[in-house]
Write a protein that binds this ligand. Structure first.
Ligand code: DON
Length: 576
C-alpha cells in the first residue's frame, strides 16, 4: 500500500516537474536566480546551498569526480566566504552521511565550551544573570568546530585532494565577489550594529568604515590567507600556528577565555545517527548534542498514528495534531536532551514507538493541550544558520547544517585572520536554578561545563525507502528547524508533494513554551486560524520559517531534483 502510494506520488511529481525543471547537461554547471522558483533536475550530482558560488564550488568538485563529502567540504568553505552571516570556519555544525550501500554515519563538529567555562559564567558581579554576557561578546564564543569537522570528514570519507577543496573558497576570498542585495543589507546591519564595536569586523566588512552597497565587490585577503594555511596544513592550519595565535590574541584583548590549549584539544566526533521509521520510510538524522534527530523521530512516531493525509494539508485538524506532537516533543527535549558525553540522554526511549503511543494517548483531538511552565520556559535562539544538501553520482548523500548561532555570530572578526567568531555559548542554559517564567532555563543537563558541547536544534536529515535514497533535507531557524524538517518530510510522504512544493509550502511552529502556534504569513485562512482558537490554541500568523534547501531523487529515472528554498533569494541548486 505504502509502496504503491509512493509510486503514485512520484509519478505525479514527474508530471509536475516535466514543465518546470531546468535540464542540466552532464558535467556542465548551470545556475541562475530563477532556480529558487522551481526544481533543478540533474542526472549525476546536485548541490543546493545558500549562494551560487558555494553551490558551484560543490558542483565543480562533483563534476571533477569528487564524492558528496568532497563537495560538501568545498561548499562549506565557499559559504564561509560568500555567506558570512552563517557560513563559517569560526562556528560549528553537523554532517549526516548516507553511503550508496545504505550505511550511515554522522559527524559532530559542534563548538565546545572552553576549559575555563563554568555553569555560572553568565552571572555578573552581583550574581545577576547577564543576558549580554551569555549571548554577546567574547565570553559567548565557543571553541570552533567547523574546520576539524571538515578535516575529519575528509580523512574518513573524502576522495579528492584536501587542498583542491579549498581552492574555490580561496579564490572567492582573494579575488572577491559581487554583493547581492541581501548580503549588502546584511553587512550594513553588521557594521552599523553589533559588529561596529570590533575593529576586525569594520575593517573586513565595510568600505573603509562606510557600509557596503549591493553590487560592491567584497574581497577578503586575510581570510584568503587563513584558508591557504588550512589548505596547506589541514586541521593545524586553524587549531595551531598563526590562525590559532591570532584567534587567542583577539580573545585575550576582548576578555574571552579560549586558549591555545582549547584549540589544540578540539576534536570533531563521529556519531551514530538517530534512525527512525515513518510509514516504511527510514529517517536518518543527527544525534546529541543536537536535539534535532530525537525530537524529529519522536514527532514522526506520534503522528504515524493519525491519518494526516485525510485531514488535509494545513487544515485546522492537521495543524492541531502537529502542534500537539510538537508540544510534547519539545517538552521532552527541554527536560532530557543535551551533550550525551556529559548527560544521560534517554535516546532509545524517546525515539521508540512504544513511548510515542503513550504520548499519543495524551492528545485530545478536540482540545489544545496545556504547556506547564513547571521548570522550563523559553530561551533565546537566533534564526541564523545555514543548511545545504549534496548528492553525488553514486548516490552518496550528505546533509550539512552549520552555524555561527546569531547572524554573523558574535560579530567579532579575528584581526589578521579575517573570519567571524560564533556566539554559540548562548545555547547553553542560563545557570543553575535560573529557570523562570520570563524565559530562562536553568536545568542541569545543558549547563556550561568545560569541554561540553551546547545543545543544538540543527536537524540535517536524510530520507530513504527500501534501501534507496529518497531525499536530503535540513534548515536553519533555531528550534523551528526541527519542525521545518518534520513538515518538509510530511509534505513529501503524506501529501505527495514534489521537492519544490514540499520546500515552499507554508510551515508552522510550536515549541511547548511559549504555548503558541506560529504559522507563516499566508499559511492559513482566517477561518482555519479561528477553528484552531476554538480548540483552545493561541495562534499567531506572520513571518517566515526556515530555509530548507533540499534534494529529492526521482525514483523512475534516478535524477536528482534540487530545490533551493526561495525564502533565501540568493540560494541556488546546481546540478551536473
Ligand atoms: O544550534 C542551534 O540550534 C542554534 N544555535 C542554531 C541557530 C540557528 O539555527 C539560527 N538559524 N537560522
Amino acid at each position: 500500500m505504502i509502496a504503491r502510494r509512493h509510486f503514485i506520488a512520484l509519478s505525479t511529481c514527474v508530471t509536475l516537474w516535466m514543465g518546470t525543471a531546468v535540464p542540466t547537461r552532464a558535467a556542465s554547471i548551470l545556475a541562475s536566480q530563477a532556480e529558487t522558483t522551481r526544481s533543478v533536475r540533474a542526472s549525476d550530482g546536485m548541490v543546493v546551498s545558500g549562494t551560487v558560488h558555494a553551490s558551484n564550488a560543490g558542483a565543480e568538485v562533483l563534476a571533477a569526480g569528487g564524492n558528496a563529502v568532497d563537495a560538501a567540504i568545498a561548499t562549506g568553505f565557499a559559504l564561509a566566504v560568500t555567506h558570512p552571516s552563517a557560513g563559517n570556519i569560526g562556528g560549528g555544525g553537523f554532517m549526516v552521511i548516507r553511503f550508496p550501500d545504505g550505511t550511515t554515519t554522522a559527524l559532530d563538529f559542534r563548538e565546545k565550551a572552553p576549559l575555563a567555562a563554568h555553569p555560572e559564567m553568565w552571572l555578573d558581579e552581583s550574581g545577576e544573570y547577564s543576558r549580554t554576557k551569555h549571548h554577546n561578546g567574547a565570553l559567548a564564543v565557543g571553541v570552533p568546530g567547523t574546520v576539524a569537522g571538515f578535516w575529519k570528514a575528509h580523512q574518513l570519507y573524502g576522495g579528492q585532494d584536501w587542498e583542491r577543496l579549498l581552492r574555490p573558497a580561496i579564490g572567492l576570498a582573494r579575488d572577491g565577489f559581487e554583493l547581492t542585495d541581501r548580503l549588502g543589507r546584511g553587512l550594513r546591519r553588521l557594521v552599523t550594529g553589533r559588529g561596529a564595536a570590533y575593529e576586525g569586523t569594520v575593517a573586513y566588512f565595510s568600505n573603509e568604515g562606510r557600509p557596503h552597497a549591493s553590487g560592491d565587490r567584497l574581497t577578503q585577503a586575510d581570510l584568503a590567507r587563513t584558508l591557504e594555511r588550512i589548505a596547506l596544513e589541514g586541521r593545524d592550519g586553524f587549531y595551531a600556528g598563526e590562525t590559532a595565535r591570532l584567534l587567542v590574541a583577539e580573545m585575550e584583548r576582548l576578555g574571552g577565555i579560549i586558549t591555545l590549549e582549547d584549540l589544540a584539544r578540539y576534536q570533531a566526533r563521529e556519531r551514530t545517527p538517530v534512525q527512525g521509521t515513518y510509514r516504511g520510510y527510514d529517517v536518518i538524522s543527527m544525534p546529541p548534542p543536537s536535539s534535532g534527530g530525537i525530537a524529529l523521530v519522536e514527532m514522526l512516531n506520534i503522528l504515524e498514528g493519525y491519518d494526516l493525509a485525510a485531514m488535509g494539508h494545513n487544515s485546522a485538524e492537521y495543524i492541531h495534531h502537529l502542534a500537539e506532537a510538537m508540544r510534547r516533543a519539545f517538552r521532552d527535549r527541554a527536560q532530557h536532551v543535551a551533550d550525551a558525553d556529559f548527560a544521560d540522554v534517554p535516546r532509545q526511549r524517546l525515539t521508540s514507538k512504544e513511548y510515542a503511543a503513550t504520548v499519543r494517548a495524551e492528545i485530545d483531538a478536540a482540545a489544545a493541550g496545556v504547556s506547564a511552565p513547571s521548570d522550563i520556559t523559553d530561551v533565546y535562539e537566533s534564526p541564523e544558520t545555514t543548511h545545504y544538501s549534496v548528492v553525488d553520482r553514486n548516490g552518496m548523500a550528505v546533509s550539512v547544517t552549520y552555524t555561527l548561532e546569531g547572524g554573523y555570530g558574535s560579530g567579532i572578526t579575528v584581526p589578521g585572520a579575517g573570519f567571524l567568531l560564533n556566539n554559540e555559548m548562548g545555547d547553553f542554559n542560563a545557570g543553575p536554578g535560573l529557570t523562570n517564567t520570563r524565559g530562562l532555563i536553568g536545568t542541569e543537563p545543558n549547563l556550561a561545563r568545560p569541554e561540553q558541547r551546547m545543545l543544538s536544534s540543527m536537524t540535517p536529515s536524510i530520507l530513504a525507502k527500501d534501501g534507496e535514497l529518497v531525499a536530503v533535507v535540513g534548515s536553519p531557524g533555531g528550534r523551528t528547524i526541527i519542525n521545518t524538517v518534520l513538515q518538509v518530510l510530511l509534505n513529501m510522504i503524506e501529501f505527495d508533494m514534489n521537492v519544490r512544493e514540499a520546500v515552499t509550502a507554508s510551515r508552522l511552529h510550536h515549541q511547548w513554551l511559549p504555548d503558541r502556534i506560529r504559522i507563516e504569513s499566508g499559511g492559513v485562512s482566517v477561518a482555519t486560524a479561528e477553528s484552531l482558537r476554538r480548540l483552545g490554541h493561541t495562534v499567531s500568523v506572520g513571518g517566515s520559517q526556515g530555509i530548507a534547501h533540499s534534494i529529492m531523487i526521482d525514483p523512475e529515472t534516478g535524477d536528482r531534483l534540487g530545490a533551493a528554498d526561495a525564502r533565501n533569494v540568493d540560494a541556488v541548486a546546481v546540478g551536473n
